[in-house]
Design a protein around this ligand. Structure first.
Ligand SMILES: Cc1ncc(CO)c(N)n1
Length: 247
């Protein structure tokens, strides 16, 4: 169990395009170099939101994970809320599958959905270790994020759904890759960092970004999807902030 990658969405197989190109000393001092460089519109959206990505990385909750000194009660609270979040995230993929314009896109989305379901199963194992309530009342920040995702998933085309969901994947890949070089063997949150910093997680993020690049035009183009991406990034920050203030 100790060696198992907790929260792993590690189903993609194969290294992400950018894995290995990151300098060993990447971290808060070298934010941009730690960041994978997504292509196309997804890359532009990421660069436009680097301010929020940095604020998330520098947030005391995330820094506490990186150093290993985050109070366990706050992490346990976060894991419970994250289970509620991931359930909605999985449903949003399911709705996108129903709307997929072709079978190739449907297959990619199913693969991404499988990654989330794996992550949720691992949450359950993890919860036992940390004493986590996996069915908590969703917090305000959790309801804001899941409500946003499900509204977009029900009402918009695949390009918009992918844009609203990408910050979740790209931000966590960025956080994991940024924290990973500094994480010590005795850090209690090491598995979290290693899962999101892994090439497998990077490759899931890249596959979702490819859907943004491919389908944004059917969702109204860059001007229509950019606010969805931004909103999701803001909700990611609020999610960490709620966990930090959880007690
Ligand atoms: C809130 C949130 N965003 C992103 C991820 C990455 O899957 C997660 N587990 N939780």
């Amino acid at each position: 169990m100790a060696e198992e990658a907790i929260f792993s969405g590690a189903q993609a197989g194969g290294a992400g395009r950018h894995a290995g190109s990151r300098p060993a000393d990447a971290g808060p001092g070298g934010l941009d170099s730690a960041t994978a460089a997504p292509a196309g519109l997804a890359g532009e959206l990421w660069r436009q939101n680097l301010d929020l990505a940095r604020r998330c990385l520098e947030h005391p909750f995330v820094q506490g994970i990186g150093r290993g000194d985050l109070p366990r009660s706050r992490f346990a609270w976060y894991v419970g809320q994250d289970a509620a979040f991931l359930e909605a995230f999985a449903r949003a993929y399911a709705l996108a599958i129903a709307k997929a314009p072709d079978l190739d896109t449907m297959t990619t989305l199913r693969h991404l959905l499988d990654g989330v379901l794996d992550e949720l199963r691992l949450h359950q194992k993890y919860a036992a270790r940390w004493g986590v309530d996996l069915r908590p009342a969703p917090s305000f920040a959790t309801r804001a994020y899941t409500g946003f995702l499900l509204e977009v998933a029900w009402s918009r085309a695949v390009g918009a759904i992918a844009a609203a969901m990408t910050p979740c994947m790209r931000l966590y890949a960025f956080l994991g890759q940024s924290l990973r070089p500094r994480v010590t063997a005795d850090n209690p949150y090491r598995e979290w960092v290693e899962t999101y910093g892994s090439p497998d997680f990077e490759s899931l993020a890249v596959r979702l970004e490819e859907l943004v690049n491919r389908w944004h035009a059917t969702a109204g183009g860059p001007g229509e999807v950019a606010p969805l991406y931004r909103t999701a990034m803001e909700l990611e920050f609020a999610f960490f902030d709620a966990a930090w203030h959880s007690g």
